[in-house]
Every structure is written in structure tokens, then in C-alpha cells.
Design a protein around this ligand. Structure first.
Ligand SMILES: Nc1ncnc2c1ncn2[C@@H]1O[C@H](COP(=O)(O)OP(=O)(O)OP(=O)(O)O)[C@@H](O)[C@H]1O
Ligand SMILES: [Mg+2]
Length: 271
């Protein structure tokens, strides 16, 4: 089976964290969704609603308390014979400070028994994809936050994933750097046709990058709405001036606002 036709389905996925002290935390409640191959799915929702938890479950690093994740042939709906190859850009930078940029990027290839020169070649190519050619021998501390985040992206791209999971990849950046990186990522996913799941707090980022936006409720996270984005590509800052953009933004903001207020109320109760 061609790996690129594998979709994945979450069927009624729930997750409750059992706490050592205090009450268990119900993070996800009966989440059902489909991630389509070669498309970008954005997940947006208030802080603490279970977005990172959902990515951990999709990646297979956390077992759901109930429900399941299935990899299926997107056309026939039959079970896929193999899991797609996945790579993740986790929330925060997570680079090894004692390794050079090139060594950070090629880290994931070392377990595969690839030769040093093959690894270096692949690292160079993925650094070029994020406009960081020539930075191989620098150390993370010598780079700006935006550059470090691009190294994080290159480290995922080097694995040539069929599925790219991104957990707020630009969350910690200043607004201008973020804009530029969003445009770069939009171009990258448009060109490569990789399946991507993007967790974000930003409505703008979701609209610029995604084909489908899943809006989550406050914790326990459920899917409140699934919104298709049909705006033309390539999408750039100019996209934000289209009428279609403003109406989508308004629709998503309307859904999120109530949930964010609910999440804030819960946080205050817990404080
Ligand atoms: N290991 C854990 N044990 C107990 N509770 C946890 C654990 N990990 C997360 N939680 C709680 O589960 C809920 C969902 O967490 P999660 O990190 O998935 O949310 P999130 O939507 O990614 O939040 P953010 O937007 O802040 O990144 C939160 O209330 C969080 O405090
Ligand atoms: Mg998170």
C-alpha cells in the first residue's frame, strides 16, 4: 500500500490523567476526528484543553483511556498495513546545547545506521529548506530564537516524515519572526505535500496554513467544530486582506471566545 494514502482516525478518544494527589484530570472527552493525507489539519483551542495530549496519543506515546486511533486507507477505509513515518516539532525548542546545529538536525538519523557523510548531506538539505544553509557548525546558543525554532523544524524534516506533527512551533517567537516563519512553513507544506497536524493558539496561523481547522472546547477537550479553509494558495500576508479570511476569522473567534472564557474561569477556580 502506498503510505501517502494513509489517513488516521481518532474514534471516541478520551484521556484522563490520574493525579498522585488531588482529583484526576479529564483532558480529552470522546474526541473523534480524521486526519487526511497530504493535507494540513490545524487544531486550535484554549490553553490546557488537551491539544498536546492529543498529539501524544496520535504519535503513539500515550495510550488513550478509552477509544482508539486507527490508521486507514483513505480510499477504502480498510486498516493500513503500516503506520506512517512521523516526526514531531514539540512545544518549546528542545535542542541539545552541546551539539552543533548539524549534529542536532542529524540526531534522529544516527539510530538508523546511516554513514556520517549521508547524515551530514541530509542535514544540510533540510537546513536549506528552512533557509539556514551555512549554520551547520554553529551551536544553538549562537542563534536567535527564530533560528533555533527553524533548526527544530529541520530536525523533523530530516526524517522525511509522511506525517509532521507540530505543537505550537512558533509560540515563543516575536510577532514579526512568527509571520515570516508562518509564510515559510506555508510554502514548505504546499511544496512537499506532507500530511501535517498543527497545534496553534493563533487563528491567523491556522487559516494561513490549514486545509481543515478543528476547534476544541475548554477542558475536557472535545471537538466543537470542523471548519474547511478553501482560500487560494499560496497563502501569504496578503491572504489576510481577503473577505473570505475575515469571515473565517470571525467564525473561529466566535467559537473560541466562549471556550477561552470558560478555560479562564476553571484556571481561576484551581488557583
Ligand atoms: N502528565 C500529566 N498529569 C496530570 N495532568 C496533566 C498531565 N499533562 C497534562 N495535564 C493536564 O491535562 C490538561 C491538558 O493538557 P495539555 O498539555 O494536553 O493541554 P494543551 O491544550 O496542550 O495546553 P497548552 O495550550 O497550554 O499547551 C491540562 O489541564 C494539564 O494541566
Ligand atoms: Mg500544549
Amino acid at each position: 500500500m502506498e503510505a501517502d494514502v494513509v489517513a488516521f482516525d481518532c474514534d471516541d478518544v478520551s484521556l484522563t490523567y490520574s493525579a498522585k494527589s488531588g482529583a484526576p484530570v479529564e483532558a480529552l472527552q470522546r474526541v473523534s476526528l480524521r486526519i487526511n493525507p497530504r493535507r494540513v489539519t490545524a487544531i486550535i483551542g484554549p490553553s490546557g484543553c488537551g491539544k498536546s495530549t492529543l498529539l501524544l496519543i496520535i504519535r503513539g506515546l500515550l495510550a488513550p483511556s478509552a477509544g482508539r486511533v486507527r490508521f486507514v486507507d483513505a480510499q477504502s477505509g480498510a486498516m493500513a498495513s503500516a503506520k506512517p513515518r512521523m516526526a514531531t516539532v514539540w512545544q518549546g525548542f528542545n535542542l541539545f546545547p552541546w551539539r552543533t546545529v548539524g549534529e542536532n538536525v542529524s540526531f534522529g538519523l544516527e539510530v538508523g545506521g546511516m554513514t556520517h557523510s549521508e547524515r551530514a548531506g541530509r542535514a544540510r538539505r533540510s537546513l536549506a529548506q528552512v533557509d539556514l544553509s551555512g549554520f551547520e557548525s554553529k551551536y544553538p546558543r549562537q542563534l536567535s530564537g527564530g533560528m533555533r525554532q527553524r533548526v527544530g523544524l529541520a530536525r523533523a524534516l530530516v526524517m522525511e516524515p509522511e506525517v509532521l506533527l507540530l505543537d505550537e512551533p512558533f509560540g515563543a517567537l516575536d510577532a514579526q519572526t512568527r509571520l515570516v516563519l508562518q509564510e515559510q512553513l506555508a510554502r514548505l507544506v504546499e511544496k512537499s505535500g506532507t500530511t501535517a497536524v498543527l497545534v496553534t493558539h493563533s487563528i491567523e496561523e491556522a487559516i494561513l496554513l490549514a486545509d481543515t481547522i478543528l476547534v476544541m472546547t475548554a477542558r475536557p477537550g472535545r471537538i466543537a467544530a470542523e471548519i474547511r479553509v478553501d482560500l487560494p494558495r499560496p497563502r501569504t500576508m496578503a491572504t489576510t486582506h481577503l473577505n473570505g479570511y475575515s469571515s473565517l476569522f470571525g467564525q473561529i473567534y466566535g467559537l473560541l471566545r466562549d471556550e477561552v472564557v470558560k478555560a479562564m474561569a476553571t484556571e481561576m477556580e484551581r488557583a
